[in-house]
Design a protein around this ligand. Structure first.
Ligand code: 9D3
Length: 246
């Protein structure tokens, strides 16, 4: 996979790309991340990338020309020019694991990081093919959202995670929050690890973890719970009929 990132702050990506899972994926050639400072595409003496909004209002927005030219410069070197161009903006569709899954199927895409009060509307209308927000809180630009998108997408690429890590994405736990986990010591400051986890009874442990995951999801994330609870109920009925048949 190749990801091109248009940003006024490419240095924000250096620590991110030289760390952990992403670094390993890059070193193994599973993903290439090219950052492009579109300030270099501004042709005036001061390399101006922002300007006042027509009609008035506070703050500056990004001019269209440097962004269009940066995307066109990338596309000029490609055989296929229908590469997805994704604008990170507070107005975008909400990012999720499902959206990460969609992006993971592309062999290449371009991310545009906005700054200031936003981008000229023509970028959205005539250049971007998709627009993504990572949530309803105010950030200063699209750089951190881009990194969120990249990290979640790259984790899904074949060969990026080891078998140990990917096992955590087990399908039966999908849609539920994680159950509580403990490691040594078994007693810390007089707070002990639940007995069942030390019992060695794997069936009991699996049952306890499932109950904990369900209860935690119900309490902390009723929105998630409402999506999985019909499935949980159906699974419970199936389990009952199976037992009755034996
Ligand atoms: C406080 C300024 N806002 C009202 C006028 C608008 C605004 C413009 C630009 C708010 C944030 C930003 C910069 N944010 C992003 O570019 C951004 C973002 C975000 O702020 N939250 C969640 N996802 C994203 S994706 C890009």
């Amino acid at each position: 996979m190749i990801i091109d990132v248009l940003t006024l702050f490419p240095e924000m990506f250096t620590g991110f790309m030289s760390t952990s899972i992403l670094k390993r994926a890059i070193d193994r050639g599973l993903v290439t991340i090219n950052t492009h400072n579109f300030r270099e595409c501004a042709h005036d003496r001061h390399h101006t990338v922002d300007d006042y909004t027509f009609g008035g209002g506070s703050g500056m927005i990004l001019k269209p020309e440097p962004i269009f030219e940066a995307v066109e410069a990338i596309k000029a070197n490609l055989e296929k020019t229908d590469v997805p161009v994704i604008l990170l903006s507070p107005q975008g569709r909400l990012f999720s694991q499902a959206v990460a899954g969609e992006l993971a199927r592309y062999e290449r895409f371009i991310l545009i990081c906005g700054r200031y009060e936003g981008v000229d509307e023509r970028v959205r209308e005539h250049l971007a093919t998709d627009e993504i927000s990572i949530g309803d809180y105010v950030l200063s630009g699209g750089e951190l959202p881009s990194m969120v998108v990249i990290e979640s997408v790259v984790r899904l690429l074949p060969g990026v995670l080891g078998s140990e890590e990917s096992a955590l994405d087990d399908s039966h736990v999908a849609g539920l929050l994680e159950y509580p986990q403990y490691t040594r010591p078994a007693v810390y400051r007089e707070w002990d690890v639940p007995e069942v986890l030390l019992s060695g009874n794997h069936a009991e442990i699996a049952k306890w973890r499932r109950e904990q995951a369900i209860e935690r999801t119900r309490q902390q994330r009723p929105d998630l719970y409402d999506n999985v609870s019909p499935g949980l109920e159906a699974g419970r009925k199936l389990e009952k009929t199976r037992k009755n048949k034996i």
